[in-house]
Write a protein that binds this ligand. Sequence first.
Ligand code: NAD
Length: 488
Amino acid sequence: MTVKTEVKTYQNLINGQWVDAQKQEVEKSINPADYREIVGYVPLSTAEDVDMAVKAAKSAFPHWSKLSGGARGDVLRKAADLMEQRVNDIAETLTREMGKTLAEAKGEVMRAVAILRYYSSEGMRSIGEVIPSNEEGTLLFTSRSPLGVVGLITPWNFPVAIPIWKMAPALIYGNTVVMKPALEATVTAMKVMECLQEAGFPPGVINVVSGSGSKVGNALTEHPDVKAISFTGSNQVGQLIALKALERGAKYQLEMGGKNPVVVTQNADLELAAELTVSGSMKSSGQKCTATSRAIVVKEVYDEFREKVLQKVKGIKVGNGLAADTYMGPVASQNQYHNVLAAIQKGIDEGGHVVWGGKPLDQDEMAYGYFIEPTLIENVDPSMWIAQEEVFGPVLALIKVDSLDEALQVANDVKYGLSASIFTNHLNEVFQYLNEIEAGMIRVNGESSGVELQAPFGGVKASSTQAREQGRAAMEFFTTIKTVTIKA
Ligand code: NAD
């Protein structure tokens, strides 16, 4: 792979202008498939930059919020068109900055395009209901109003789709935004923001401030003029944000980790189950919040399922995500690399048996990247660390159980509850699973990862604060209800 030499320095977007961070500091963003390649330099901003962005968003709010939903939608539609025109460039940048394959990166960009188009019409749909009044000559109804300036804090694993699925509903309902992307994927996020900026949002409506979580994310969370924070990321950071938001009475929404199970019963199509368990656990190198990390399999079909999964995992082509035949790229950063390898070691130390993988890959073209073998671990007791905690890497734990009842008990016996799948063709098993599984998103005979963009996205338990994202459900977080009573 050739190492690119022209390296651009990116800027913050504040009040309609691209500007350097006040302190002029930058950080390099590197390619995890070849850490010698610098993808771009991005601003290391501070609380001062955040304050400027919030002020801009605050002064843009009165005008933007008064525009008609149709007029706001026109700008979103234009942004979608620009992003679609640039799909190849944004996707290639995403692969170079974060490591996922080009096919997945293109899919992510096109999802963001579709989200923008979906929300571009949302400003013309109903935002309230008429409630029959008990009093004569009285009109009683609800209406929804925007919140004001909204802070958006996003992770590196979907640096195109997640900012857009927060920003599009925030904007269409009349809010103005300040976004802080994850430092590891800021170049990609900036290319997305370029499309939005060129689409013609009035100055101050969309702002982006790049930098560390402890400085920029924290300043955004603490800013008194930020009325709400929508966060996606780890539980550890989410909890900090929730406490700070609560302290100053700001609205908050957290989407966090998962430990997503697939349950396989003796009534499953095992070929399908193996196929979708492998793609659910290994695509994007397992770095999706909805990635499959536990396969809980009843004993009658355990050996056959294990064999099918093993054969498929053995066939996975690991490499640079830009190469057409790559199934799985590197993990996204040095941090990820060390954390995932440490998690595998913990699994081994606690008695897990590595059926396949478990080691770094550093031959040939992988010599300068953060590559890890797709890893299957069995002999996993549900109480082990590797069965309880999010690994966020290409690691699948196989757990053998006696029955569907036990499978459900194991599936639910974790602090998370984001997504969950079952593979079975038995209707009673489907209904039992739907009734008893503790998860926000459930699939029957489908991969645990992802959900269509027009449907609610989110989890239960420690995975989420339960204000759903995506589709019409996003209205709940990004607006507030006004109840109106009018007497004739
Ligand atoms: P992270 O929590 O480390 O970072 C997320 C964002 O928070 C980044 O922009 C970061 O800079 C910022 N941040 C860090 N410290 C902060 C602080 N003190 N105050 C304010 N902001 C701060 O998460 P990550 O490593 O970027 O992403 C991986 C995690 O995200 C995984 O746990 C994954 O499951 C989760 N995730 C969840 C979903 C979901 O929808 N449930 C989707 C994708 C990723």
